[in-house]
Ligand binder design. Sequence first.
Ligand code: PEP
Ligand code: MN
Length: 378
Amino acid sequence: MSTFLSNPLAPETKLGAALTRSRSQNGCELVNPPQTAEALAMIIITRPDATEEQIDHIVSRIHNWGLRAEVSRGEMRVVIGVIGPEDKIREKPLGAFPGVESVTPVLKPYKLVSYEFRGMPSKIKVGNVPVGGKEVVLMAGPCSVESEDQIIAIAQSIGKAGAKILRGGAFKPRTSPYSFQGLGKAGLQLLAEARRETGLPIITEVMDTKDLELVCEYADCLQVGARNMQNFSLLREVGRTRLPVMLKRGMAASIKDLLMSAEYILSEGNFNVLLCERGIRTFETMTRNTLDLNAVPVLKAETHLPVVVDPTHGIGIRAFVPAMALAAVAAGADSIMIEVHNAPELAKSDGEQCLLPGEFEDLVGRIRGVAEAIGREV
Ligand code: PEP
Ligand code: MN
């Protein structure tokens, strides 16, 4: 009951042309932004016996009207999401097509992100790793890429232990301007080398629109960090690429805020979004953040997008990361992101919260046990 998402191609802008040239190999070209000002989303649920011809007819009529259609294919039926200006959609007789069972508007403020827009969970491919299916996908790596030896050694050990995606920061959002800020382009190149060595796709953070083109040349998935969750110009720009985006929840953001920020990305045409719970600020001082596992079942009910949990930043203390990783799997997370370092005492960022490779390997076995207990796999 899930679907891979595809976005329609559209004309290129000047920047789009440049991005298309540099990013075509990893799907990062810009797309034409849809009209978002008074956008409405309408859901057409087709009958279980609707034929392919009927569905094609509905979709081509929607396109002829100048509206967008997003088709989701479930096991039982096809759901067609219609997007466009409210006045234009409302005047169309969407319920009159043969094969249609019902037509309903999405009333939630987050329309494209809402579960009903798809009517089924979405699978998002990072490289060739699908996130959002039965498998709980493990992402791991150091907080910061520091050197060739460091990133290759860590990538090899996490890959061997069962991680499917390598995560490492080249552009680091640090609280202090005097802390290590990341290796920038050199860090991206080292990540690409680690991908060549291990075959693992890479996730890395983009902090600023000015770096987006560069990061897109290397990344399989863009991370938008907690501090940038409401950087709306960055959200719009990553929304105009084709790359998957892992959007981390802001430390003072509500679940609804997170969904609204994701809506910015989808509203620009990029449906390849992963939502990441990474802990919020509370009055608690014994842990770095408070990992809000409430968010997992709430997000799974409210949105079709896959949910990633980052217990590393969520609790911020190495000894307690495994317990929260297991709890996140039990709560229904589609993916778990863990920071791993082979020499934490030398780490240039977040050394106190990363697991050693051996600890990660041990945790993978325990995660597998929890996943299997709830009908999932690793
Ligand atoms: C990180 O993932 O290393 C990071 C800086 O995360 P966050 O944006 O959640 O603080
Ligand atoms: Mn970190």
